[in-house]
Write a protein that binds this ligand. Structure first.
Ligand SMILES: Cc1cc2nc3c(=O)[nH]c(=O)nc-3n(C[C@H](O)[C@H](O)[C@H](O)COP(=O)(O)OP(=O)(O)OC[C@H]3O[C@@H](n4cnc5c(N)ncnc54)[C@H](O)[C@@H]3O)c2cc1C
Length: 437
């Protein structure tokens, strides 16, 4: 039976090759160059729409670990990157034209994959993978919404930074919910002087200017923190930074303002800065948010951003491997599922390809354990709170913590990486997965 993969981007190419290498005939449907997106420039498969970097390959880096797991599964993105690599220190960066040409050549060289150019406007009839990315065309978005229902598909993300619990200064922050209702919050208290300086810094911080088509229709309830700051000195103090219902146990008083951190994961490693969605540049976020009492040395697991981005409400509407209940034979993959980034999208495509092949062969879908980077990402997709669900990049906070508490960041990451690799290879072996080339 021929299976359909929709979208010849990073995830779709990975998925198509995984299916083909497991003996399945694939129709890969890519709308470019017949119909373009706002960001792509060519008709090449696997085109990179922005930076030419796939981030670090460092041994104890979260992105480095993701790449090791992808390499073990025979990632075409990484093989193409190796062929088109340019010098970039410990990062894996590529010549973008050579990269997408290598991706296109690798897919076209696979006899079981037939590339068809044209827009897909409905979910395919038979087994399929949908990997149409952050700029999924309008017609297909409409069809996906019909299947997933209202609220199943978002068109913009509004991402607040996430910090690692171990990097928060315990001597400053305090645990409490407003009016003791819910204590799953950490509070960073500010006095008046600190607050005024912070608002000044937000007002002078440099923000990212997007293209016209990326202009975000801001909702009043979800404004970037710097836009709120620009509306007046007290706007944030009466908004997400309101101190109402909170008493600082060290002083016995209500702080002037508070930044609240909300727990993101079961293990309590990842803490989200509530209401701090932002378009500030990454360096500016690190500089300005370090002014928040308790966050001077914060380790940012995710930085804030606001993008044009089509993505599904995975935790609410999809199964553990990414299929809607009404269509278990249709697996969503790539950025559309709520992973964020080139390699994360590609990794999701690899797993979707493996899983659709397994389903077609009468086997169960599988997901790596949460001690691995891909497994940690999928655990987040499954377990994130649907009402707050926002896309996620690879980071060590996603991965199950070590049994013992390791103080040094470098040593902790080395141990996490060694365990992730061991568990990943064991998981592959346990399911008869061999690296494919
Ligand atoms: C402007 C922009 C900049 C980004 N910059 C970065 C960055 O610098 N670094 C980073 O790590 N990530 C970045 N991302 C996020 C993301 O990682 C990439 O978009 C990544 O390419 C996602 O991979 P994908 O396979 O899910 O989607 P894509 O690579 O976008 O592939 C989806 C494919 O589906 C096709 N398609 C869409 N609709 C249809 C349809 N109806 N029928 C047929 N084909 C269709 C598209 O033409 C496209 O080729 C950026 C995203 C955007 C939008």
């Amino acid at each position: 039976m021929t299976v359909t993969v929709v979208g010849g981007g990073l995830a779709g190419c990975e998925a198509a090759l995984q299916l083909a290498q497991r003996g399945h005939e694939v129709r890969l449907l890519e709308m470019r160059p017949v119909r373009n997106t706002e960001a792509h420039q060519t008709g090449d498969l696997g085109e990179l729409v922005c930076t030419n970097s796939f981030k670090s390959e460092g041994p104890e880096n979260a992105h480095g670990q993701l790449k090791r797991e992808m390499r073990a599964l025979g990632s075409v993105l990484l093989r193409s990157a190796d062929q088109s690599r340019v010098a970039a220190g410990s990062a894996l960066a590529v010549d973008r034209s050579l990269f997408s040409q290598a991706m296109t050549a690798a897919v076209e060289a696979e006899a079981r994959v037939r590339v068809v150019r044209g827009e897909c406007t409905e979910l395919p009839e038979g087994p399929a993978i949908i990997a149409t990315g952050p700029l999924t065309s309008d017609a297909l978005s409409g069809a996906i919404q019909t299947v997933l229902g209202d609220g199943g598909l978002a068109f913009f993300d509004a991402i607040a930074p996430i910090v690692h619990r171990d990097s928060v200064d315990e001597s400053v922050v305090f645990e409490a919910g407003r009016f003791d209702e819910d204590s799953d919050y950490l509070n960073c208290p500010m006095n008046e002087e600190e607050y005024v300086a912070f608002i000044d810094a937000l007002n002078s911080g440099q923000a990212y200017e997007g293209h016209d088509w990326e202009t975000v229709p801001y909702f009043e309830g979800c404004l970037p923190v710097e836009v709120m700051a620009s509306r007046g000195l007290d706007t944030l103090r009466f908004g997400p930074m309101k101190p109402i219902g909170l008493t600082d146990p060290r002083t016995g008083d209500r702080p002037w303002a508070v930044v609240q951190l909300r727990r993101e994961d079961r293990a309590g490693q990842m803490w989200n800065m509530v209401g701090f969605q932002t378009r500030l540049r990454v360096g500016e976020q690190r500089r300005i948010f370090a002014m928040i009492p308790g966050l001077a040395d914060a380790e940012f697991l995710r930085v804030g951003s606001i993008h044009r981005n089509s993505y599904l409400n995975f935790p609410e509407r999809l199964s553990s491997y990414g299929a809607p209940a009404s269509r278990p034979d249709v697996i969503f993959a790539g950025q559309l599922t709520g992973v964020e980034g080139y390699t994360e999208s590609a990794a999701s495509g690899i797993l979707a390809g493996i899983n659709l092949a397994r389903l077609l062969d009468g086997e169960d879908a599988i997901v790596p354990p949460a001690t691995t980077m891909i497994g940690g990402l999928f655990q987040y997709l499954r377990e994130a709170k649907p009402g707050h669900f926002q896309p996620m990049n690879s980071n060590w906070g996603l991965v199950e913590p070590l049994q013992e508490r390791i103080k040094g960041k470098k040593q902790r990451r080395q141990m996490l990486a060694a365990r992730a690799q061991e568990h990943f290879l064991a998981w592959m072996g346990g399911h008869g997965l061999r690296a494919v080339s």
